[in-house]
Design a binder for this molecule. Structure first.
Ligand code: AMP
Length: 591
């Protein structure tokens, strides 16, 4: 396929906001792509070069893109910058200058999707001394041969600003429709995606080897599995009732989630967002090498700094702060990380995902027999609510976050939030018992004493998993430190949008819309019904329509933006509805 044709589809996508329409456009596109091109087209559409586990970044800054535009159009860097200031989008600046350029006649080389992908990858892989100039030249060469519309996307892509508004769920449905003529094969495709977190790989398997390859898809070493997530409940009785009267109850540690992949001496670690974090935890890699008794294994745990002699845990925030101050090596000595392992997915050639929890746990304990830095989580198995409560209180007393109960019979459910894991966290007096992770979709300008920061607050949304959209739940105007305001303003200015982004569902209008990209953690006192927000919006018996909103929301943590969470990891509409019901019940019982 030539790049020009792909870009025509991108232009069509940018012009629609209905998800059905997007699926239709993508289905037509995927139908025209060969099986050797499909992975590249999928990555491009996701705005990346490879899945997160490969850790490939473009390393192209705006200034570099401006230089490339100048070279390719015959204008100066300053003129490119001037044009950028007018529209606020460098892609548009490239398009405008290409249209006016005297060097236009070069634009008739037909670059293929594969040519562009390979050159983009070269740009990303070029590092070290002199790499900046080489990156600029490579980008300029593609721009020189491009039409104005192509130029727009060639600039946006390496800057991470493609913003097509297409989520993974939409791509999966379109792939299903392409291969089978209906959207029903989506669940199978999603299962495969959950097992390898590589959408390009799944698409290519589907086109090359058909439906059967997807039906028989299994875990692969060094391709991270999308993590299982926990539901929440607020009482021991409810938890036991959901778990058929008996459950395992594990301590919940507030650290970093780590998925370990081991093949003899090769060891790689992946984060909750499936990024390769091997370099960050040399002490854990060492421990895996020494303490894990299997040639091949995939297992998961929570890494947390733990002082063996005092029994003290140092939570997430404190651990990163220390790491920043003292460096990775020093911290490893001062506050050794321990890995509290909680699940086993694969061992010595056997896939454990479909084994029941109890069986996985037994094998996990065997895998880690006699180890010290890596150990299974502390847990009990109980059918007594009283025992569960007292285990929970002990955990809180020891400085932990709470507990996670696990269904003894359940398989490992990759990439989904199900009641086979239920968390119960410490509750703050006068506040909801849990924080929420919200997606920033807009921001407000500062007024009064805030005017100097040009930042007055955020418009935030939750994720509606069924509709694959982001629905607003709250405006957050308080609780920010000056450093946070500066950080947020700088990050959000780069992703401003002229109008409401396609996947955002909103009734209120912020001063600036931003493309959904960042997640923040928020604590609120209460969930209330509200006519202003679209989260869970429904017609009421009296004919009015209301959604949900937050009362007294405030940001938590020193770093405003949660780098470890992607927008699809945010709290969902369905969870908000659940939390609203639980809160109501607690309220009634209290009276
Ligand atoms: P939350 O982020 O509050 O939804 O809680 C889920 C997270 O708790 C998981 O992603 C893990 O990183 C972490 N966690 C800590 N201890 C455990 C445990 N024993 N079992 C499962 N997850 C745990």
């Amino acid at each position: 396929m030539i790049f020009r044709e792909l870009v025509e589809y991108y232009e069509k996508l940018a012009g629609v906001s209905s998800r059905l329409k997007m699926i239709e456009i993508l289905t037509e596109l995927f139908g025209k792509v060969t099986d050797s091109e499909i992975a590249q087209v999928i990555y491009m559409t996701q705005g990346v070069l490879a899945p997160p586990s490969e850790g490939i970044e473009f390393g192209v800054a705006e200034k570099m893109a401006q230089e490339a535009i100048a070279i390719a159009t015959g204008y100066t860097k300053e003129q490119a910058e001037e044009e950028y200031k007018k529209s606020g989008d460098l892609g548009t600046a490239a398009q405008v200058l290409k249209e006016k350029s005297r060097l236009k006649e070069m634009a008739h080389a037909k670059q293929s999707v594969a040519d562009i992908y390979v050159t983009m990858r070269k740009i990303a892989e070029t590092g070290g001394k002199g790499s900046k100039d080489l990156k600029i030249r490579l980008l300029a060469s593609m721009l020189a041969a491009a039409t104005p519309i192509e130029a727009k996307y060639l600039v946006r892509y390496p800057l991470g600003q493609l913003r097509l508004g297409v989520g993974d769920a939409t791509i999966l449905e379109a792939l299903s429709a392409t291969a089978t003529g209906s959207r029903e094969f989506k669940d199978e495709l999603e299962r495969a995606y959950n097992l390898c977190s590589d959408l390009g790989f799944v698409a290519s398997e589907l086109l090359k080897n058909g439906k059967r390859a997807i039906e028989q898809f299994h875990v692969t070493l060094f391709k991270p599995i999308r993590p299982a997530l926990a539901e929440r409940l607020s009482t021991a009785e409810e938890i036991l009732e959901r778990m058929h009267g008996r459950a395992a109850v594990e301590q919940k540690y507030d650290g970093f989630r780590v998925q370990v992949h081991k093949n003899h001496n090769s060891i790689r670690l992946f984060s909750r967002r499936l990024e390769d974090t091997t370099e960050m935890f040399p002490d854990i890699v060492d421990a895996v090498r020494k303490e894990v008794h299997a040639d091949t294994a995939i297992f998961e745990g929570e890494a947390i700094a733990f002082n063996e002699s005092t029994g003290e845990f140092h939570p997430f925030q404190e651990t990163i702060q220390r790491k920043r101050k003292h460096g990775i090596k020093e911290m490893a000595e001062e506050m050794p990380l321990h890995l509290f392992a909680f699940d086993l997915m694969y061992m010595d050639g056997k896939d454990y995902l479909n084994e029941p929890y109890e069986k996985r746990r037994e094998s996990l304990e065997m895998l880690l027999k006699g180890s010290t830095l890596i150990r299974p989580t502390t847990r009990i198995v109980t059918s007594s609510a009283k025992e569960l409560e007292s285990f929970f209180s002990d955990a809180i007393e020891n400085g932990l976050e709470g507990i996670i109960a696990k269904d003894l019979e359940a398989p490992y459910i990759a990439g989904a939030r199900k009641f086979s894991w239920i968390k119960m966290k410490r509750s703050y007096k006068g506040a909801l018992s849990d924080t929420m992770d919200l997606v920033i979709v807009g921001y407000y300008l500062g007024r009064g004493s805030r005017a100097e920061f040009q930042f007055g607050g955020l418009l935030c949304a939750v994720y509606d998993k069924k509709k694959d959209t982001f629905e607003t739940i709250s405006r957050i105007g308080t609780g920010f430190t000056e450093a946070q305001m500066g950080q947020l303003k700088a990050a959000l200015d780069k992703i401003k949008e002229k109008s409401k982004p396609a996947r955002v569902d909103a009734l209120v209008e912020p001063d600036f819309w931003v493309y959904p990209k960042y997640v923040i953690t928020v604590q609120a006192d209460e969930i209330t019904k509200s006519p202003m927000h679209t989260c869970g919006r429904e017609k009421q018996p009296d004919g009015t329509e209301t959604g949900y909103a937050l009362r007294f929301p405030r940001i938590v943590g020193d770093e405003a933006i949660r780098k470890d969470k992607s927008i699809e990891d945010a709290t969902t509409t369905q969870e908000v509805i659940e939390m609203f019901k639980q809160q109501k019940r607690v309220g009634i019982e209290d009276q």
